[in-house]
Ligand binder design. Structure first.
Ligand code: ZN
Ligand code: ZN
Ligand code: ZN
Length: 384
């Protein structure tokens, strides 16, 4: 995720900000522009239900229209209802969109009982991660045809009820909100011997299952997929039981997998690899927005400037992405260790794992360019 700048005063702002600390203007992320903007209340108002002008709208009734402070075109947005009612979102909704919720929030079909304070806090954290997922999927041009199919259910375990299992089925992503509890997530990470477990990672992983159905199954790539990942018809329940029962992955798993859990089943392999690809393009976008250049330790060939994978200039191919990714993750991990933290990216990608990552890159590139025979570069991405 790049660092943004306030469209009013130029000060650095971040994706989650709702107010510029420098000029004081309200901020919103405008999903149709894929950009943050300083906004101010417009004088006209909309009432979607009656088409009648609203006499005295309150700033919190969700009907207030906002303009960009740097734009006189009359283009307007409302704030997502989860912003006005819950203070849980900072996305705008274009004024001609009848939805009260933004493109991200409207995908949540079920939320836990938000009158319970802890549930509300956990839900807010999950929605923050989900908006980051939305941003990267939109940057990869993956939301245009599929965004409205993607549905989320964020559920809490209830006393005496069945345990909520995080996963994907039939286009619905379910997440147990306990994953938003830092202590509980850490406990599960340690219990499952995982080096990395985050809300964003969960959502990226589960979105991989969703897009497998659309980009592999529905686009007749199963044969190609199977060559690299194996037979997806392998009994899923049995495969997972074997993985957890046998105590994890084979000792040489790193030769062909991004992580141990990816060995559990070809679908899990794909979802983990997909998540790593989203990690990669997001981290490179972040690094490029800070104009990062890196020296490859031990390589005297000079420095590598990190290029925005979604930028307008020449677009890096997969080898260029990996060439930047490797030193950036080394830098990232070294800086974390300098602060006494563990590695932020506790993985090492081998040639076998990179082959699978390249396949994800090619599938996304081909899909995003309208299946026009693209070689899989990111060219043409960047639209909403
Ligand atoms: Zn500002
Ligand atoms: Zn929203
Ligand atoms: Zn999975």
């Amino acid at each position: 995720m790049r660092v943004f700048s306030c469209t009013h005063c130029g000060h650095a702002i971040f994706f989650e900000n709702v107010q510029c600390l420098h000029c004081g203007n309200s901020l919103a992320f405008l999903p149709d522009l894929l950009d943050m903007a300083a906004i101010e209340p417009a004088r006209e108002f909309a009432n979607e239900l009656t088409d009648e002008p609203v006499a005295e709208p309150s700033p919190d009734d969700g009907q207030q229209l906002w303009h960009r402070t740097d734009d006189n075109s009359g283009r307007a947005w409302r704030l997502c209802q989860n912003s006005t009612l819950q203070h849980a979102c900072n996305f705008g909704v274009p004024s001609d969109d009848p939805n009260f919720l933004c493109v991200s929030c409207r995908q949540t079909r079920m939320a836990p009982d938000l009158s319970v304070v802890a549930n509300h806090e956990h839900w807010v954290q999950i929605e923050i991660a989900k908006r980051r997922l939305h941003y990267t999927l939109a940057k990869l041009n993956l939301t245009a045809n599929h965004a409205h199919d993607l549905i989320f259910e964020f559920l809490a375990d209830l006393p005496g009820g069945p345990q909520v299992v995080t996963g994907h089925q039939g286009g619905v992503i379910t997440l147990n909100i306990a994953e938003a509890d830092d202590a509980e997530r850490a406990r599960r990470r340690i219990e499952l011997h995982e080096p990395y477990r985050t809300l964003l990672g969960h959502l990226r992983h589960e979105s991989g299952h969703f897009y497998w159905d659309r980009l592999i199954l529905q686009e007749s790539r199963v044969a190609e997929f199977s060559e690299l990942f194996g037979d997806h018809q392998l009994d899923y329940r049995q495969a997972l039981a074997n993985y957890y029962g046998a105590g994890g992955a084979a000792p040489n798993w790193q030769d062909n997998f991004v992580c141990a859990y990816a060995t559990a089943h070809p679908w899990e392999d794909w979802a983990e690899t997909w998540a790593h690809y989203l990690h990669m393009v997001d981290l490179l976008e972040t690094a490029s927005s800070y104009a990062t250049t890196v020296n490859v330790p031990g390589d005297s060939d000079g420095t590598i400037a990190v290029v925005d994978p979604f930028g307008t200039g020449p677009v890096p191919d997969f080898d260029d992405l990996v060439g930047q990714w490797m030193p950036v993750t080394l830098l990232l991990n070294s800086m974390n260790r300098s602060l006494g933290q563990g590695d932020a990216y506790p993985f090492a990608l081998t040639p076998g794992a990179l082959r699978k990552l390249r396949f994800v890159h090619d599938v996304i590139g081909t899909s995003a360019s309208g299946r026009s025979g693209s070689t899989g570069s990111l060219t043409g991405m960047g639209g909403a």
